[in-house]
Design a protein around this ligand. Structure first.
Ligand code: COS
Length: 373
């Protein structure tokens, strides 16, 4: 795909950061399950934590395509660092940029986009994942405070985030219409992080519960109006799917790059079965890239992109699983050892088929856009 000079230069900048500063740390981050604080700080300094946010709100003033490129490039070397970037930018930053008042933007968006604070998004619950309208976390208004009770689960960066956007319902019987979106700040009484998950992949990324027990937050912490929550997070997820597609693509590209290196170093370039695998996954990765970049460009142009972002995520994650699995096949038994990065790419890639809407959910979204509900 032909990129503009601006995008090309930005891609080179992120690639240099990824190769020089992230790649040497990736194995250790995965092994120790260590959150890469130093890399997060550097990403903030480079302006990577608010790429598509206008400069007046502390961002880099670039676009969604640049953001997708950044997630792809970082994912190419380290899925854990890539998912942090994607969750912070799409889920922590976007809802405030999209639905926040000017005052909320001044208070929360600016430090988030500058990378001074970490953002997170609490939607999933023990009993509400794909059925996001089934939220059971409750809110009630008491005077000038909202009182929150409930538990969120599988929240990326949940333990460490400073600013968390979350959903709660006035009454589960109201379905999606009862759901509102709020902001809670770390340290608010009644708000505590719960269990941290020990995961198959993305082991350097924090995934945790969030527990609300009579947690009182100021009335001003609501995003939009009461009842707007479902639509705010649906829009948030539409954009988030571009970044998960980009991350799936980046991990797949990392597995392909490692395979090409392996094949060349082991004099396997003449093997027709290996040529076949390399050709197949290279082609599918390129097709995934076109879908991801297309969805990003549609969003940048202000055009509808719901179907395209779901397609990008669905296809890129499907291709990603195939590519990382084939990369292990190409390495043979060496591929399942940690002497090579492909087993890490394979483990990291699996979440791309599940997080921010499973492949089955993406197919529902795509089909509804084509067939109507
Ligand atoms: N953008 C904006 N609004 C949307 C929307 C979108 N992409 N999709 C639906 N809506 C609106 C609908 O228009 C409808 O509003 P109106 O009644 O005013 O028209 C409302 O939201 C309810 O829509 P719908 O009836 O389609 O909701 P469903 O409960 O059937 O939900 C799916 C459908 C499955 C698509 C939804 O639950 C979903 O995306 N689930 C996956 C959640 C997910 O990704 N979880 C992982 C989170 S990881 S952070």
């Amino acid at each position: 795909m032909i990129l503009s000079e601006i995008h090309k230069k930005f891609k080179e900048k992120v690639r240099a950061f990824a190769d020089n500063e992230v790649a040497p740390r990736a194995k250790e981050i995965d092994k120790k399950g260590e959150f890469p604080w130093d890399l997060v700080k550097k990403m903030g300094e480079y302006g990577f934590l608010g790429i598509y946010i206008p400069e007046k709100y502390g961002g880099a003033g670039l676009d969604v395509l640049s953001y997708a490129i950044a997630v792809e490039e970082i994912g190419r070397v380290c899925g854990s660092t890539g998912i942090f970037l994607a969750a912070h930018s799409s889920l922590g930053v976007f809802p405030i940029y999209y639905a926040g008042t000017e005052e909320q933007k001044q208070k929360w968006l600016i430090p988030l986009a500058k990378g001074e604070k970490i953002g997170s998004f609490g939607l999933t619950e023990p009993n509400a994942g794909s059925d996001a309208a089934g939220t059971q976390t409750r809110f009630r208004l008491e005077g000038d405070k909202y009182i929150i009770n409930g538990t969120k689960r599988f929240i990326t960066s949940g333990h460490i985030a400073d600013i968390i956007i979350f959903t709660a319902t006035k009454d589960p019987a109201l379905g999606y219409k009862g759901i509102s979106a709020f902001v809670v700040e770390k340290g608010t009484p009644g708000f505590t992080p719960g269990k941290e998950e020990d995961k198959l992949g993305l082991r350097g990324s924090i995934t945790s519960e969030l527990i609300f027990e009579d947690c009182a937050i100021p009335k001003e912490n609501i995003l939009g109006q009461e009842g707007d929550g479902f639509k705010i997070f649906m829009e948030t997820l539409d954009g988030g799917r571009i970044s998960i597609g980009a991350l799936a693509l980046g991990i797949a590209q990392g597995a392909l790059d490692a395979s090409v290196k392996f094949v060349q170093e082991h004099n396997l370039t003449k093997s027709q079965s290996i040529q076949s695998m390399i050709a197949e996954i290279s082609t599918e990765i390129e097709a995934a890239r076109l879908l991801v970049y297309n969805a990003a460009q549609l969003k940048d142009a202000g055009l509808p992109y719901v179907k395209e972002s779901a397609m990008a995520k669905y296809y890129a994650s499907t291709v990603g699983m195939k590519a990382t699995s084939m990369a292990i096949d190409i390495h043979g038994l060496l591929g399942i050892t940690d002497d090579y990065p492909v087993e890490r790419f394979f483990r990291d890639e699996k979440l791309m088929e599940i997080g921010e809407g499973t492949s089955e959910i993406q197919k529902i979204v795509i089909a509804r856009q084509i067939l109507g509900k």
